[in-house]
Ligand binder design. Structure first.
Ligand SMILES: Cc1ncc(COP(=O)(O)O)c(C=O)c1O
Length: 349
């Protein structure tokens, strides 16, 4: 079997992210939670202004778009999408125009460009706003837009998640994170029992494949931010498995990932995608005030709330070592500021 590093080197890649991202001990958070020992893998620091997990994926997807002769990229997601912001930045770096179909999620507070949406516009994205709708309907809008651009003589490349043909490539990009972590764990002599991550598809799929190819023994626990079968799509566990298998094909690795390898919890999403939960907001406050690390209300805050709940339930023991893969997203804080209660914290002199 060829090894993961060699397999990755065979895929065309553009260097866009600031790598390796730090692996950082969180002693005050670990103490506040009564153990286990928690480390943050800081993929919130990948660059592409203000970081995040998706930047690793564009290192592999943009060479494919350029090889296909694209002169622009079409994508779509929710209005505060971290994916779309990192895509817009990556495309700005390589000179590709970006067209984004953004779905309104909280129309009452989204009138003013803020957070990721503000940066999309600043970095030159063409934005098409649509009302809150199911994912299949939004995909239709994305492909309609691609057709219109084609009719104008453009060469659009449709990005994920609308273009599921790239699911394996996105996940393959995350095997590189598993490899980077493998090297850091060896250097720092850390033997984790678990890796916790906010994930619904390719991030966890890539981590699973990478960790298995490297013979890692830690369990990968995904906290799904979308809820069961979000937006009418397949359940997260299915997508994670599928993306890992497709990544193995992209890389030419004969590593089998089975349904039993996929651990994915739906229970920390609350009312649904992008709706903050009290436990998630409390987790953001705790991590910010003990470690100076910012989580977000849509993904990582809810994932940390899951980790904290697993400690409370006794699923994690004080002697365990846990890596929390920080996937980024804290720009959304600036679009959710009114959910935090700072009464009694500000004194007027
Ligand atoms: C901050 C953050 N965390 C986690 C995820 C989930 O990543 P994936 O869809 O690869 O599971 C996303 C996806 O947009 C994200 O923005």
């Amino acid at each position: 079997m060829i090894n993961l590093q060699i397999a990755l080197e065979r895929l065309p890649r553009l260097s866009l992210a600031q790598l390796p991202t730090p692996l950082q001990l969180a002693p005050r958070l670990s103490e506040a939670l009564g153990g286990p020992t928690i480390y943050f893998k800081r993929d919130d620091l990948t660059g592409m202004p203000l970081g995040g997990n998706k930047t690793r994926m564009f290192e592999y997807v943009l060479p494919r778009a350029l090889a296909a002769g694209a002169d622009c990229v079409v994508a779509g997601a929710a209005i505060q999408s971290n994916y779309c912001r990192q895509l817009t930045a990556a495309c700005a770096q390589v000179g590709l125009e970006v067209h984004l179909v953004l779905r309104s999620v909280r129309p009452d507070v989204e009138q003013t460009p803020q957070g990721n949406f503000l940066l999309d516009l600043l970095m030159g994205a063409h934005v098409y706003l649509v009302e809150n709708m199911g994912w299949p309907e939004q995909i239709e809008k994305i492909y309609q837009l691609a057709d219109e651009l084609r009719a104008q003589g453009r060469q659009p490349y449709v990005a994920r998640a609308a273009n599921q043909a790239d699911i394996g490539l996105d996940a393959a990009a995350y095997t590189r994170c598993a490899l980077e972590l493998h090297q850091q764990l060896a250097e720092q002599n850390i033997k984790p029992d678990y890796l916790y991550v906010a994930a619904a598809d390719t991030t966890q799929g890539g981590l699973l494949l990478g960790a298995k190819a490297l013979g890692e023994t830690y369990k990968i626990v995904g906290l799904n931010p979308l809820g069961r079968s979000a937006f009418g799509g397949p359940p997260a566990a299915e997508l994670i498995l599928h993306s890992a298998q497709k990544a193995a094909e992209e890389l030419g690795l004969s590593v089998e990932i089975s349904p039993a390898d996929v651990i994915s919890y739906d229970d920390y999403v609350g009312e649904g995608y992008a709706a903050p939960t009290p436990a998630g907001l409390e987790a953001i406050r705790l991590v910010a005030s003990t470690e100076g690390i910012l989580l977000d209300p849509v993904y990582t805050g809810k994932a940390m709330a899951g980790l904290i709940n697993h400690i409370k339930q006794g699923l994690l023991k004080p002697e365990d070592t846990v890596i929390f893969l920080h996937t980024g997203g804290y720009l959304a804080l600036f679009a959710y500021q009114h959910y935090f209660d700072f009464r009694g914290r500000i004194t007027h002199l």
